[in-house]
Design a protein around this ligand. Structure first.
Ligand SMILES: Nc1ncnc2c1ncn2[C@@H]1O[C@H](COP(=O)(O)OP(=O)(O)OP(=O)(O)O)[C@@H](O)[C@H]1O
Ligand SMILES: [Mg+2]
Length: 211
């Protein structure tokens, strides 16, 4: 028995965490055992790496170092959390995974995609998601959501969120290219609507994947 591995992808503020929660609640209510996790993070070591990636400003990681930190966190998560859960027949829902590396470090930072694929494959020991939901929002919509979230939670944006408009445009285009190259796995969802609208598409897409 092998579980199913679902990931959510997309730029900041597209609604990943919101929809991850809805999907996990729904699956659990249907009697499915679900492990929910996020990237970078999900283990003690990986959460320590997450904090470094988000907040180190005095000696910010260079592009290659940033990549290796993300991959180190992913290797730990795959080995200690995701693989064991899938082997036990559980479903795993992860907030970001390998496609974020291809989008951010590849299309965003400009590292070579074929290098990223080889290194990512090494980090994951060949594991790939069964289904990826790419939540696509217009930049102005994402920006407005982030602004409201910052006001509501009294937080400020982190090092990567502050990367600038051109970076975020490359990112969005990159995600769309990744989806076009792997349409069987990556499903693009219009995420400009309300949380309920987006949830309807999420549910429909997940149901269709294993119909
Ligand atoms: N469909 C939606 N319409 C309006 N607001 C939304 C929608 N989905 C989420 N939000 C709100 O927008 C903000 C960003 O959503 P969320 O945290 O789910 O995005 P995210 O993709 O996880 O962002 P990040 O990449 O920063 O983790 C939150 O305050 C959330 O409540
Ligand atoms: Mg989130």
């Amino acid at each position: 028995m092998k579980g199913r591995f679902i990931t959510f992808e997309g730029g900041e503020g597209c609604g990943k965490s919101t929809q991850v929660k809805r999907l996990v609640d729904h699956l659990r209510a249907s009697g499915i055992e679900v492990v929910v996790t996020r990237e970078p993070g999900g283990t003690r070591l990986a959460e320590l790496i997450r904090a470094l990636l988000k907040d180190e400003r005095e000696d910010p990681p260079c592009d290659r170092s940033e990549l290796l930190l993300f991959l180190a966190a992913r290797a730990q998560l795959v080995r200690n959390v995701i693989r064991p859960a899938l082997s036990a027949g559980k479903w795993v829902v992860c907030d970001r995974f390998s496609d974020s590396t291809f989008a951010y470090q590849g299309y965003g930072r400009g590292l070579r995609l074929d290098d990223l694929r080889r290194m990512n494959d090494f980090a994951c020991d060949g594991l790939a998601p069964d289904l990826t939901l790419l939540l696509d929002v217009r930049p102005d919509v994402a920006c407005e959501r982030m602004r409201r979230r910052e006001a509501a939670t009294n937080t400020v944006s982190d090092r990567i969120e502050q990367a600038g408009d051109a970076f975020h445009q490359r990112l969005r285009a990159g995600f769309m290219e990744l989806a076009a190259a792997d349409p069987g796995r990556i499903k693009v969802l219009d995420a400009n609507g309300s949380p309920d609208d987006v949830w309807r598409s999420v549910l429909e897409t997940v149901n269709k994947a294993w119909a």
